[in-house]
Design a protein. Sequence first.
Length: 313
Amino acid sequence: MAEQNSIYGGQAVIEGVMFAGRNVHVTAVRKKDGSLDFLEVPKKVIPWVQALKKIPFVRGIVGIIESSAKGAQHLNFSAESFAEQEGEVDMPKKEEKAGMFSGISMVLGVAFVGVLSFLFGKFIFTLVPAIIEQFLFQNVFSNQILHNLIEGVIKIILLVGYIYFISLTPMIRRLFQYHGAEHKVISAYEAGMELTVSNVQKFNTLHYRCGSSFIVFTVLIGVVIYSFLHYDGMVERIVQRLILLPLVIGVSYEVLRFTNSLREVPVLRYLGYPGLWLQLLTTKEPEDSQVEVSIASFNRMLEAEKRIMEGRA
């Protein structure tokens, strides 16, 4: 089962958890009455997208965009379920809700918001550090490699500071607790343990295959790539950053895949530690009730995968 284990990934959403299998994404949300609400979204195979996913340095960009779009759809479901419990919105009936999420316009709309949010975040954390570094150190020295290194340090400081301060809010803290629960469930499953709350809680909230690791790698790889180019002035520097952003994302994804493949090698496993360190901020110890939601979501995903595979047999 070692090969199969590696296909599953998760994502914390508001008061719930999403897990992705080979053929379906499943979100479980805890309601106020203690019951669980589920959203199952089968993966649609688009030939040209699948072809792009096989191309090194391109597949990372495709995967990030696809993940952002899918995550936004499930986040919307979670938020609406939560709002329904609070009586904030007039929710449609169950049958109407299912139709709403299967509608092309709804999926495209939520997907667009997810991708746009991702791109906006990347632009902000790419451009702002460059502007700050240029403003503070432009006339201090002329070595551009050193300028790039300082820019990377500023980017890390801004990123860590941002994550730390938003983690102080109750909503984001709960989000990070669900993130920790999701990691624990995946680790327990990969270890072959029965998925019970007591078993899952024994595991760490950190996991190598986490988006937090990818964020760190984009910063580090960006410093290396930018160091090979010369720029004259702030405008050219910013333009370079924007043009090279897809390359930085693509290379970072390949490096992350490489470090994941080495995590069992005693010395080389340390290559993945920067991402694990960032997870100290993006994950929190979950409550038992949150672990229950994560287990339910994961089991529902496994059941859906089994149904789909049996239907194809």
